[in-house]
Design a protein around this ligand. Sequence first.
Ligand code: SF4
Ligand code: MG
Length: 474
Amino acid sequence: MSINKSYLRTSEFPSIWCPGCGHGIITQAAIRAIEQLGWDKDEVYAVSGIGCSARTPAYMDFNAVQTTHGRAITFATGMKMFRPEKKVILFLGDGDCASIGGNHLLHAARRNIDLTVIVMNNYIYGMTGGQCSPTTPHESRTSTTVFGNIDRELDICAVAIAAGATFVARSTAYHAAQLPRLINQGIANKGFSLIEVISPCPTGFGANNGYKAPADMYDMLRDVSISVDKAQSMSKAELKGKIVTGILMNEPDEEYIDKYDAMVAKILKNGNNSEMQVIEVGPETGKNIPIDRYEFCLSGFGGQGLILAGIILSEAMIRQNKNAVHNQSYGPQARGGASRSDVIISDREINYPEVTHPDFLLAMTQDSFNKFSCSVKKGGIILCDSTYVKPDPIEGVQCFEYPITGCAKETFGEVKTANIIALGIMTGLLDFVSQEAVEHAVMSRIPAKLKELNQRAFNLGCVQGRQLVTRILK
Ligand code: SF4
Ligand code: MG
């Protein structure tokens, strides 16, 4: 039966695969399965990692992404979350899927996210020279196990089932007629599916293990394969060396993105829940200002509460009905090392989560001022804790100074209130930040016994922020 050529990227042919390689058979089977499901080719995302298997999406005329080694499942997870209506199919090698990417496999399976992983298991790292992989059979010879593999081979299907995959099947490139049906069922399952296909590699595996011709490997696959039904009546000893083919797991369960969407809907429905109350910021408060993208960098040392300040600021912005992303980084020391907390806010979706040129820099140490002040955007703002920072002027950037830590110590007897004072000053300085929204966010994050202290610290900060602006305007 001929294949639907509209699903092929024929400009890429001839393929790079060696004569007798099983990967072409698997590619053809996947295309047949998609054709049987009647999917338009623009509906499909084909994702790969690195290796011989990674060429598969290049030969298929779907939306194709080749990612980094072992990370294809993480890329695919992001793609599926962003475009849940798309069908995301991964073509991975055994090393890619079970060694470098093994951890990602476990977690995608336990989430039951709607991805289909087709593992093209050729028992080795084919493209890089036939090295031993996690699935290399025990005692087999490879370029790195020339006296035979002393490791036991990993059963990828068993791992996927144990981790929570809801559809798992195994077949071989010999079973070309059975394959499209298995792949079809796998990709039709709404949840995490894994189909392992043993794929002969005459070049890297066969030549080292006594298979004189590519056809010999196909004969071997025919001879050692048994159906899952037949395997049920066989003992462990009888199953040794056999390849059990067919559907090993088919138990649909709730899918991850459905659960995620349900949770988001619940949160939005409970918008008046005091846990995450949306603050109405009408034009009368002067805070309902559209924001295309505004980047904050809160920097200093560990222990100054900058991570918490970033989280509070993000929550406040969400209460103002903005989108917000928070990112944090800190040195290896729990306290005392460099610490940085980034916040991005926007009325639009935030597709790039990194702060590169902040509009607002809070510098709580001289080091952080020296390191980040030059990256502040022209027209941006720097707020320095003058207890520690002596700022140099930066052209085109407005710099405000206030002894934040000194004030925390002298006024409240507690340096830990410095982050809340800083949040208050930022609130006073910035037109679009609602005092009410930040106050709600502060109070929801502070333990009851410290609420009154932090309320006073925040109010003081707001007053000081407004005074700093007034002083500049004079
Ligand atoms: Fe196929 Fe092996 Fe050649 Fe890679 S090295 S293309 S897996 S036969
Ligand atoms: Mg491989």
